[in-house]
Design a protein around this ligand. Structure first.
Ligand code: PHE
Ligand code: ZN
Length: 883
């Protein structure tokens, strides 16, 4: 496949070559200014390959001077093209000095050095992953070049009072002309993508943390004055993360200070720069008045995530960007475990699986499908995907399941010990985990190399005469782009068998000792199909399969509905209770979509399960809330072809409303019983109750407009954002006469609070009503919406495109046009964000012919535009490949 116009050339994993030149030491001096910053670099370079010319990455730089070993180079001694600085005659070792000028305030791509906020009030910061450092200084900007950095920042003291860079502080002072300086030394060799600096007017809060190794560490969180009061929760989360990583994985922090900075202008969630994490404010600021319970948990997770990267990513980094999942899959897994240990394991697992289904399974089913470790890419920014992150974490989780908790820990210890201070590969990771446990994990490489969602078929048969239960498991993975034939994968299937009374049976496979029988075990399916025979099973059992979602597969089981209903009531694994309920929902959904009346007995069985979870005070309220919340439209459409999103919506709504009507009296009761909560508490137990109360409210409002007063009263009374937003959503969803007044009140109440207004935008953008399209169009000119701010974009056109299938896929094509216009506009500003939005069109081939044609037309219209960014050209080109 060749690249479309505007795209970068494709790079291949198989072409990897070790760097011909290396950099041992880096000295940087910045004269910081929003309009024009001067960067002086002094690089000590070594030549490993005598035949290779010196070629440095350099983008959007104005080169002022270049010296080698102190001598200024003449214009004929080097060449500077769009992205490359070449010095043909250079021979190492040598010292290269460069001086360049850059313009942070004009940098709307938000990669390299840029300005957050306004020219007068804002602050300067950097974003270097994946390839942003080359926009700061000419460099070998690749992750397998690890160097020691010494960085001096100079700037006007009044305008930029706070100066920060990676590592330990190494002096500061005045320059006499109103400017000041600060120096930082980072003792840990690092790749350039982990470089960071921050300069500006920032406030801070500070604590001291003593590591298990006895190191005293300053923890400092910095934010602008209006936000610093909302950093306390993040500080608490950071301390918990540091302690948890010591206790669970034996990992301690390794510098004298750990800085965290919040910005409103960021394309992603947050960034793990060594000792100087930079966060999208959305994942750092939280208090009950301006952040929901979910936001509080996201802050916990992301603060943990970035901190955990200090080992999984920074101390051991990636050899190249094909190995991105090495750091991201492992770190997402660590983050999941952190939140699971601190808050609710069942809730986190359900949310992760929902995300996997919605974002990753659908990615895997379209033209943008790629392996967790891609073997080629044109623009690496486009590979920060659900596949690399979420499926990458699932693979690590499976390894954790097969190795066991202690075995996994041993493996990870060896991985960190072996590769500390180096750049590693997925092969290295599997080798370390395998060597520490005396097993060969090389078959697991297939999970990293093969795209597509495996289908796992399970069928059971009880043999009364031989008193055994036979479970047959088969796997199949459909072709994906460039991979017509798939290999069998090692699939761990965690299983329990329940008898009619709901008791877990001892699981002994034919031929095994009786005394080893456990009540839950993991079967490994490592070929196309296998049959497992359990002995001493007197009656036909109910199998609970894939417990805890032990593998990222699409499970097709022949379990009859009554057995699923039994699991949804009694399974001892909270996740599988929910999972069994979801399996029932999917059967009802299939009937409704086919146009038939859903099977009454099946419907009754399902609603009874949800009802019993609602009534049972012993059930985790968070689990009950999740059981009340059925899968989203995208997940329900998984595996379908010729999708009609309007029909999907109607079928789903019928089931969702049916549930609410059937349970109305129980909902009223439970809602009232949960009335008395501490509105300002955010501990997991209170959050869980609030979650259930708001799920009850939403369901009641769906069931009957007569419940509107409940929502109105909650809106008026709400003392925290969770309750206020839930009430507003309920009013909007039922098109209550007071919905518009409440929307206006909300905007006024939170005017000036960008993060809260983003939620207000999103709520309207995701309303499952075709008219959301007009609403979004009107909001795009709201004074609080700025095209240059990624959070605004994700909250409004982004939420519409990616989380409102009914309106985005409007049959008149207006939704598509709106989003395509937004993408083209954004591409000139923030290409990374434009490309992300464009993935909304990726699944176009899976829709019914009319929508398919409309989506294709928009894709072609966008591709026909001149001067597309490489980011957008890559997504459009791959989406249309083969047409
Ligand atoms: N590496 C970041 C993470 O923790 C994500 C990121 C990628 C942020 C690229 C900015 C740019 O997942
Ligand atoms: Zn990460």
């Amino acid at each position: 496949m060749s690249e479309p116009a505007g795209a970068k050339p494709t790079r291949f994993l198989r072409d990897y070559r070790a760097p011909a030149w290396r950099i041992d030491d880096v000295e940087l001096v910045f004269d910081l200014d929003a309009a024009a910053t001067i960067v002086q670099a002094r690089l000590s370079l070594r030549q490993d390959d005598a035949a290779a010319p010196l070629e440095l990455d350099a983008e959007a730089l104005e080169l002022l001077e270049l010296r080698i070993d102190g001598r200024v180079l003449g214009a004929d001694e080097f060449s500077l093209a769009a992205d490359r600085l070449v010095v043909p005659g250079a021979r190492g070792p040598l010292v290269l000095e460069s001086r360049v000028r850059i313009a942070p305030e004009r940098n709307t791509a938000l990669q390299g050095l840029y300005l957050s906020g306004t020219r007068e009030q804002g602050f300067l910061l950097t974003q270097c992953e994946a390839e942003g450092f080359r926009r700061i200084t000419p460099f070998l900007d690749r992750s397998d070049v690890l160097a020691r950095y010494r960085v001096t920042l100079r700037a006007d003291r009044a305008r930029y009072p706070v100066l920060l860079a990676n590592g330990n502080a190494d002096g500061a002072g005045e320059l006499g002309d109103g400017r000041h300086w600060a120096r930082f030394v980072d003792p840990h060799p690092k790749p350039s993508y982990l470089f960071a600096l921050v300069a500006g007017r920032l406030e801070s809060i500070e604590r001291t943390f003593v590591t298990a190794e006895g190191r005293r560490v300053r923890l400092v969180i910095h934010a602008e004055a209006d936000a610093i009061g909302r950093c306390g929760w993040a500080m608490q989360c950071l301390e918990q993360a540091m302690r948890w990583d010591e206790e669970r994985f034996g990992r301690c922090y390794d510098l004298d200070a750990f800085h965290v900075v919040a910005t409103h202008d960021f394309t992603m969630g947050a960034m793990e720069n060594k000792g100087l994490n930079i966060f999208n404010a959305k994942y750092l600021l939280a208090d009950p008045a301006s952040a929901t319970d979910d936001d509080h948990r996201h802050v916990l997770a992301v603060v943990g995530h970035e901190y955990f990267h200090n080992w999984s990513g920074n101390r051991v980094t990636c050899r190249d960007w094909f190995q991105l999942c090495l750091k991201e899959g492992l770190t997402v897994y660590r983050e999941q475990e952190f939140e699971s240990d601190l808050a609710s394991r069942t809730l986190r697992r359900i949310e992760d699986v929902r995300l996997l289904w919605r974002a990753q399974f659908s990615e895997d089913a379209g033209p943008l499908a790629h392996p967790v470790r891609p073997d080629r890419y044109s623009e690496i920014n486009n590979f920060y995907t659900a596949t690399v992150y979420e499926k990458g974490a699932e693979i690590v989780r499976m390894l954790g399941v097969v190795l066991g908790r202690d075995g996994f820990r041993r493996g990870l210890d060896l991985y960190f010990a072996r590769h500390d201070g180096h750049a590693a590969t997925i092969e290295d990771f599997l080798a370390a985990l395998g060597d520490a446990n005396g097993v060969d994990l090389s078959p697991w490489l297939a999970w990293y190399e093969q795209a597509g969602t495996p289908e796992l078929r399970a069928s059971g048969r009880h043999d009364a005469r031989r008193r055994c239960y036979e479970l047959t498991l088969e796997q199949h993975t459909a072709p994906t782009p460039g991979q017509p034939h798939k290999r069998a994968l090692p699939i761990p299937v965690a299983i329990a068998l329940f008898d009619a009374a709901g008791r877990a049976l001892p699981l002994r496979l034919d031929g095994e000792d009786a005394d080893t029988a456990a009540h839950e075990r993991v079967l490994l399916l490592d070929r196309d199909a296998a049959t497992f025979r359990f002995a001493d099973i007197d009656e036909a059992p109910t199998p609970s399969l894939l417990r805890g979602f032990s593998a990222p597969v699409r499970l097709v089981q022949d379990t009859p509905p009554p057995a699923l209903a039994a699991l949804a009531r009694h399974d001892s694994d909270g996740f599988n209770r929910w999972f069994a309920g979801d399996a029932l929902v999917r059967r009802l959904f299939a009937q409704a979509l086919a146009g038939s009346e859903p099977d009454a007995a099946l419907f009754a069985a399902w609603t009874a399960c949800v009802g019993s979870a609602l009534d049972d005070p012993g059930v985790d309220p968070a689990l009950a809330a999740e059981m009340l919340t059925i899968a989203d439209a995208t997940s329900l459409a998984d595996g379908l072809a010729d999708i009609d999103p309007e029909a999907v919506h109607q079928a789903r709504a019928r089931i969702e409303t049916g549930l609410a009507v059937a349970l109305a009296s129980k909902l009223v009761r439970r809602h009232a019983a949960l009335g008395d909560l501490d509105d300002l508490a955010v501990d997991p137990a209170t959050q869980a109750r609030r979650r259930l109360r708001n799920a009850c409210l939403a369901a009641l409002c769906r069931a009957d407009a007569a419940h509107a007063p409940l929502a109105r009263a909650q809106y008026a009374r709400a003392r925290n954002l969770t309750d206020r937003l839930a009430a507003l959503g309920a009013l909007l969803g039922m098109r209550d006469t007071e919905a518009d007044a409440a929307l206006a009140d909300f905007a006024e109440r939170h005017a000036g609070d960008a993060l809260v207004l983003d939620k207000w935008f999103s709520l309207q953008a995701t309303e499952a009503d075709p008219r959301a399209c007009e609403r979004v169009a009107a909001l795009l000119v709201h004074p609080a919406f700025r095209w240059s701010n990624p959070n605004n974009v994700y909250a409004l056109p982004g939420a519409f495109a990616l989380r409102n299938p009914r309106a985005f896929h409007r049959v008149d094509g207006d939704g598509y046009r709106l989003v395509a216009d937004a993408i083209l506009r954004l591409d000139a500003l923030t290409p990374q964000v434009a490309a992300r939005l464009a993935t909304a069109f990726g699944a176009w081939r899976r829709y019914e012919p009319l929508r398919r044609a409309l989506m294709r037309r928009e894709l072609e219209r966008m591709l026909g535009r001149e001067r597309l960014s490489p980011d957008l050209a890559d997504i459009l080109g791959r989406s249309l490949a083969g047409t």
